[in-house]
Design a binder for this molecule. Structure first.
Ligand code: MG
Length: 385
């Protein structure tokens, strides 16, 4: 058939019995948004599609309301089975019957405009067209005792996907005529009715999310294709001297005629670096995470703070490009300890030597640093998220 007017039905009425989880999987967050929005957005944006119907479970109104869908999405209440839900969608199109219809499962988020294009081209010369991929695995049939009974010839076998495209009048007819048959997809009903349905070779990326494992694979795919963002963070800290005979800078103990005063071990360089790390992900500063009013951080090793910041970065998927730390003081001399400091930070942050820069400068005897009243440190961190 020649395509003129095409509608899309997205089936999202399932109760996700195989998936488990706290909410139905079609509303589960995937890569920052609800799973079903991926399909809704692609189909709404496609220029050939004039109507988009979303078939929902009657118990899921609250989930749908939370999505704040475009007013162009028409909501239809589904039935007890997938087949009945599709049927309800087809009936809802009767008021203005389209020439063609795409029937899609919301659990397949990875459709593209190209998928739709290819199906509509195939539909010009057949009654239906479905995306499918050739079976890659060797297929085995099992005995009741879970042993192999035989190998199934996989030549000519395809795994069917959605969206499935049909001549509207024909698929509606097939759905009505074979309503008593329990089909697992709509093409099966078209086959029963004797219609010609084209197989359109398609990527296996368009997989269906059935289990939590599928959801994890989908997350990984999305993370891979997401454009990464460059970010920077900066940190500054100052600690004054007090009585003592060593200071700790970047986790390295350096003998000195004073100590640094502070609630923790007063590692001013690690504090500046930790703040810079937190700055890359907008996670506040060191005082928010480790309040000085909390006694458990008294004399604490500042590497604890650094490790906490690194953990927060990793949770956001951030990777450090490089760090650059500058220590400002007249004394002690930093240079003799630089290699040891770099070694601490490369180990803690999992970075190479050329990603960790530690520098030192004096202030030419000017100001509080010049008068040797304390030590200041500044840090800049670059990450990709
Ligand atoms: Mg500090």
């Amino acid at each position: 058939m020649k395509q003129r007017d095409v509608a899309a039905i997205i089936v999202a009425a399932g109760s996700s019995s195989r998936y488990g989880g706290n909410i139905p999987k079609q509303y589960e967050i995937l890569g920052g948004k609800s799973l079903l929005l991926y399909s809704v957005e692609v189909l709404l944006a496609h220029p050939a599609i004039s109507r988009v119907l979303l078939v929902i479970n009657k118990e899921h109104h609250a989930f749908v309301a939370a999505l704040k869908l475009s007013s162009r999405v028409e909501i239809v209440i589904g039935g007890a089975s997938r087949q009945q839900s599709v049927n309800n969608g087809l009936k809802a199109l009767q008021n203005k019957p389209p020439h063609g219809v795409l029937i899609h499962d919301a659990a397949r988020p990875f459709i593209t405009a190209q998928t739709v294009d290819a199906l509509l081209v195939a539909l010009e010369t057949s009654d239906g067209a479905i995306p499918a991929s050739p079976i890659a695995d060797t297929l085995k049939k099992n005995t009741p005792a879970q042993k192999i009974e035989k190998t199934v010839e996989r030549h000519h076998l395809w795994a069917a996907q959605t969206p499935q495209a049909f001549d509207y009048a024909k698929i509606f007819h097939a759905h009505t005529e074979f309503a008593a048959i329990e089909a697992t997809d709509d093409a099966q009903l078209a086959e029963l009715a004797g219609f010609s349905v084209a197989l359109v070779p398609h990527s296996r990326h368009n997989f269906k999310i059935t289990t939590q494992e599928d959801m994890q694979m989908a997350e990984a795919l999305i993370a891979q294709t997401k454009p990464r963002q460059q970010r920077i963070g900066q940190g500054v800290d100052v600690h004054s001297f007090t009585a003592g005979d060593f200071v700790t800078l970047c986790g390295v103990k350096i003998p000195h005629i004073h100590a640094l005063k502070g609630h923790s071990d007063a590692d001013v360089a690690l504090h500046a670096l930790t703040d810079a790390l937190l700055g890359t992900i907008g996670a506040g500063d060191i005082g928010v995470h480790f309040p000085p009013s909390d006694n458990q951080w008294q004399n604490a090793d500042s590497l604890i703070f650094l490790r906490h910041a690194v953990k927060l970065l990793h949770a956001k998927g951030a990777e450090i490009n490089n760090i650059d730390v500058t220590i400002l003081c007249e004394r002690p001399k930093i240079l003799p300890h630089r290699v040891a400091m770099v070694a601490v930070l490369t180990k803690e942050l999992g970075l190479a030597d050329d990603q960790v820069s530690i520098k030192a400068t004096t202030t030419e005897k000017l100001g509080f640093l010049g008068r040797e009243e304390g030590i200041a440190a500044m840090a800049v961190v670059s990450v990709v998220v």
